[in-house]
Ligand binder design. Sequence first.
Ligand SMILES: [Zn+2]
Length: 305
Amino acid sequence: MQFEDRFKSEADCREYLLRLRWPDGFVCPKCGHGQAWWVQRDLYRCAKCDYQASLTAGTIFHGSRTPLMVWFRAMWHVTHARFGVSALGLQKELMLGSYHTAWAWMHKLRAAMVRPGRDRLGGTIEVSVMYMGGHHPGKRGRGAEGKNLVVAVVQSEGNRIGRIRLRRIQNASASELEKIVAQEVEPGSTVLTDGWSGFGGLGALGYKHVAIRKGAGRGEPSLAQTAKVAQLMDQWLRKTHQNGVQCAYLDYCLDEFTFRFNRRTWRSRDKLFDALVQQAAMVPPPTRAKNPPAGSSMLVAQAQT
Ligand SMILES: [Zn+2]
């Protein structure tokens, strides 16, 4: 199905959002009346008390002068693209004037990628530090400067991978790692890591910490699932950013990959689109994007070496 088949006009987008926000029909936030008239842009006026209700209040669309249709088109592009989205691809799709504007859009869309109030992962969890473009445990000290460090938190369900979280970190210190684990993993879970000393305090934080020894044999606990995730992420980045297009914005790429990965069994792209708009309707607008951080386009260069 094409975008144009579902959304022919701004009114279609408004209708769609209206149904998302009020699944059982409009309800006046002030008097509870069930009928309203559209006034302008995103404003509806209650037919009973004249209260003007904003359709976009509390959503990432709020206060934006960009038509909903452009927002929806961007989200359609993200969810229907075969691989991930690049700033250049988005620039073409939305016919944006500059690469910089496309980058700012990625910043906005990122806010919708993370489901508000998402739960922590539980059960058996592998936690591993990846350098973007590779998975080299044990090389955290020298030579790590200037590289992007990402913590992969991977739910291990026997031989298959459950859900994942990917978070960028400044360094692989105990305080950084413990902060991420506390945010992403339920206490009481079994946490598998390598032998890096930065993980040494996890037991004291209420986790069943298992440090995997190097060269673990068959049938022994391993970090096979995080290795697999690192490999898939690497492949995905290459496909997304082939033709020399680079991941301009690592945090965006991580969140998009996670969004898609955790819904990888969904057959329908339209359903993925619905989920993204639904999340967008639950979070306030992101703060204004700063300029792309210097050196942030290094990602793929590393991935390909
Ligand atoms: Zn009312």
